[in-house]
Design a protein around this ligand. Structure first.
Ligand code: GDP
Ligand code: GDP
Length: 433
């Protein structure tokens, strides 16, 4: 599993600058799509071949910031609790402040690994600037300049050293799907409807409260694993308490699934939170099925409205199938599985190089990439570079001149001609030798 790294520190130390630097390269993979709003607090990072998730706690909610009255925001504490590691950022030009000490105390009580990043020290002597910060009692500080990128790789390598390099996972032979969405849309009801019908093979041992629950089951002779982010089976034990919405838990579940089932509430507007979860699915590249729940109680007016809002706010999910269901009555659940199977198959497809290259040629015959100045990009052949999502690597020359619109055209052509439904597909360019 990808580790989740949370960035904490008092205001103005450079959290969002570091966040932007860590997530920049990944961001570029998903060109701007209509309606897609990026959550500037949660993102994907990668060093070398190692991916991780990163959370910027800056601006989560106002903090009381008066010296020793400093309080970390509730959401920040929740994030620390749910993350795998913490980067504690301090300002190397200011030195240790009372707020830093309060944060350090908190972090020493948590059982997460912590790395102290001494920021804004571009051009300064590493050993000198970090010396003072040993006093925080959180190990060897790392000198960085988030703005200039100095020391950032070193920092992340230190953080990731706490986690064993993920071995090449044996390929999952059956769909693993996560039921995600904001609170009260009906996730638990849906999970119960699904499991109520089916023979449940095995329950995983209940994890800690910060984890989703994995349940394996069989349906019509096929195996599935459901990732239950709502924690239905746990909830009964914990006094039926409604769990707080956890973005980190949702992110991790989406990461770990092959297919996300995004649940929306037909009687409500499509909220920013819905759009963010949807955006995260797309960025992660997971296959997707959308379930618009509570359809049986939605009025004509509400039905029209949610369809309009989906078209407007979730236009970037046009690769996914939409289902109108009633989890409460168990209606539409069977059809949902047809789409989960289809999305899974599309996400895992293996296409041989000659077939991909033929479709590339076809796409080129229909429409050439536009000239850029006097240069026309030359696209030669294509091979598959990955699955879930399928990645098509196109080899050629002058590829930096291919505009985003043509990129999209290629993606659409591959998706259409290979009849991929339910998964995004990514085209990458690679310079021919
Ligand atoms: P946050 O409140 O912790 O998210 O801090 P920001 O990322 O918004 O940064 C606060 C200020 O510090 C901004 O003016 C940044 O430009 C500046 N800053 C961030 N990183 C560096 C750095 O590495 N060097 C210098 N000199 N300034 C930085
Ligand atoms: P979660 O927070 O997303 O897990 O949502 P729950 O499954 O706990 O459902 C929230 C509320 O919506 C509960 O009162 C459910 O009974 C209700 N609910 C869930 N699915 C449906 C549905 O299909 N129709 C109707 N009318 N209510 C539903």
């Amino acid at each position: 599993m990808k580790p989740t790294v949370v960035l904490v520190g008092r205001p103005n130390v450079g959290k969002s600058t570091l966040f932007n630097r860590l997530t920049k390269t990944r961001d570029a993979l998903v060109a701007d799509l209509p309606g897609l709003t990026r959550d500037r607090h949660y993102g994907h990072g990668r060093v070398g071949s190692r991916p991780y998730l990163v959370v910027d706690t800056g601006g989560f909610e106002p903090v009381v910031d008066e010296g020793i009255m400093f309080e970390m925001a509730r959401q920040t504490l929740q994030a620390i609790d749910e993350a795998d590691a913490v980067v504690f950022i301090v300002d190397g030009r200011v030195g240790i402040t009372p707020q830093d000490k309060i944060i350090a105390n908190r972090l020493r009580q948590s059982d997460r690994p912590v790395c102290v990043a001494v920021n804004k020290v571009e051009g300064m002597n590493e050993n000198v600037v970090t010396a003072d910060f040993h006093e925080l009692g959180l190990g060897e500080p790392v000198a960085i300049s988030a703005a200039h990128g100095e020391g950032v790789r070193h920092l992340i390598n230190d953080v990731l050293a706490h986690f064993p390099e993920a071995e090449e996972e044996p390929e999952d032979k059956h769909p693993k799907f996560a039921v995600v969405g904001r609170p009260n849309v009906g996730k638990s009801t849906l999970v119960n409807a699904i499991l109520g019908e089916e023979r449940v093979i095995a329950f995983d041992a209940p994890g800690t409260t910060r984890d989703s629950i994995y349940i394996g089951f069989e349906r019509n002779g096929h195996n599935y694993t459901i990732i239950d982010t709502a924690g239905v089976r746990r909830r009964s034990k914990v006094d039926d308490a409604i769990e707080k919405f956890s973005v980190i838990k949702t992110m991790k579940a989406i990461e770990d699934a092959n297919v996300a089932v995004l649940v929306l509430d037909a009687t409500q507007d499509v909220s920013d939170q819905d759009a963010r979860v949807a955006g995260f699915v797309l960025e992660t590249g997971r296959a997707l099925v959308v379930a618009i729940n509570k359809w049986e109680v939605a009025t004509e007016e509400q039905r029209d409205r949610i369809k309009r809002e989906i078209a407007r706010k979730l236009a970037f999910l046009d690769f996914a199938k939409f289902h109108y269901i009633s989890a409460l009555q168990g209606k539409g659940v069977g059809d949902l599985f047809a789409s989960i199977d289809q999305a899974y198959a599309a996400a895992m497809i293996k296409i041989p190089t000659p077939k991909l290259t033929r479709v590339l040629q076809l796409a080129l015959e229909r429409q050439q990439p536009p000239l850029s100045g006097r240069i026309r990009p030359k696209l030669r052949y294509a091979h598959q570079g990955g699955s879930n999502p399928p990645v098509v690597v196109v080899h050629g020359n002058a590829l930096e001149n291919v505009p985003a619109s043509y990129w999209r055209y290629l993606e659409h052509t591959f998706m259409k001609l290979f009849k991929l439904q339910g998964t995004p597909l990514r085209v990458q360019f690679k310079k021919s030798e």
